[in-house]
Design a protein around this ligand. Structure first.
Ligand code: AKG
Ligand code: FE2
Length: 275
């Protein structure tokens, strides 16, 4: 795993709001990630969340969502192999260094799988969908297949994270909805992030991003994880918290439950492995 970051890479990420790391995984690591993600997704059947509280359904909206990407969240919770990959302290260190924070917790992981002929992913911001608000939130997106202009690679609006507020549109069928909220971004040039399988990107939680349609008969698999800076607090937004947890939280409570949001790296204990 290419987990050492240069000061140039960190400066690029902070300025542009994203960075691509080529050949992040070795071929052997890529083979492991593919096997484990495929296995974890197959075992999930139609359950989006580990506790089965959200299922893929056959409504028109459900169909649209599934044809945008198959989404399986928090595979680290119910698959030992995924737990080992996602709770890797090296990932937490990279995320912390890019964001310039002391430590990182898992918000959620997600397999995002564009099947053949999948819909595009509309422009959106991630952090406003989550239950804490931070300008330092970020995600990793690992390409498990080559992600190309043809099959639905990511696109970013470099630098726009700096002018983002905590508003976002949902990821709906009209991919330009975000620009109704941020008309000032409508003239910006987007940048595509094609990646070879095994490469990855990180993007800031306030970075506008989307992905193209899959115009091919092949698959575009990605494994992602959103990170939460240690010390982040509940903002009242429901996202993927179990309902009883959601109801027990008050705005301002620190989200530091290691069983739900494990601390995967902290500079004061850099070598501690999560259990
Ligand atoms: O893979 C996609 O199509 C969307 C990815 C995304 O929105 C994310 O990783 O935050
Ligand atoms: Fe996203």
């Amino acid at each position: 795993m290419r987990c050492e970051l240069t000061s140039e890479q960190i400066a690029f990420y902070q300025d542009k709001g994203y960075i691509v790391i080529e050949d992040f995984l070795t071929p052997e690591e890529l083979a492991t990630w593919r096997l484990r993600v495929d296995d974890a997704v197959a075992r999930r059947e139609n359950r989006k969340l580990a506790d089965g509280s959200e299922l893929d359904d056959d409504s028109e909206e459900g169909k649209y969502r599934r044809l945008r990407f198959v989404q399986r969240i928090n595979l680290w919770i119910d698959h030992a192999g995924m737990r080992e990959l996602i709770l890797d302290p090296r990932l937490g260190k990279m995320a912390s260094e890019l964001a310039g924070v002391d430590g990182m917790r898992i918000w959620h992981d997600q397999a995002l799988i564009k099947q053949p002929w999948a819909n595009p992913t509309g422009w959106h911001l991630d952090n406003p969908l989550w239950s804490y608000s931070s300008r330092d939130a970020l995600s990793i997106w690992v390409a498990l297949d080559d992600a190309t202009l043809q099959n639905g690679c990511l696109y970013f609006l470099p630098g726009a994270h700096k002018t983002a507020t905590f508003d976002t549109s949902n990821i709906g069928p009209n991919i330009s909805d975000l620009f109704d909220l941020y008309p000032q971004w409508a003239e910006l040039e987007s940048v595509a992030a094609p990646m070879k399988a095994g490469s990855c990107s990180f993007h800031n939680g306030l970075m506008p991003h989307g992905a193209g349609a899959n115009m091919t008969p092949g698959w575009r698999r990605a494994m992602t994880c959103g990170y939460m800076p240690d010390g982040s607090t509940f903002n009242g937004i429901q996202n993927i918290l179990p309902q009883d947890v959601f109801e027990s939280l008050g705005i301002g409570d620190v989200l530091d439950d290691d069983s739900r949001n494990p601390l995967i790296w902290h500079k004061s204990k850099p070598h501690a492995m999560p259990q």
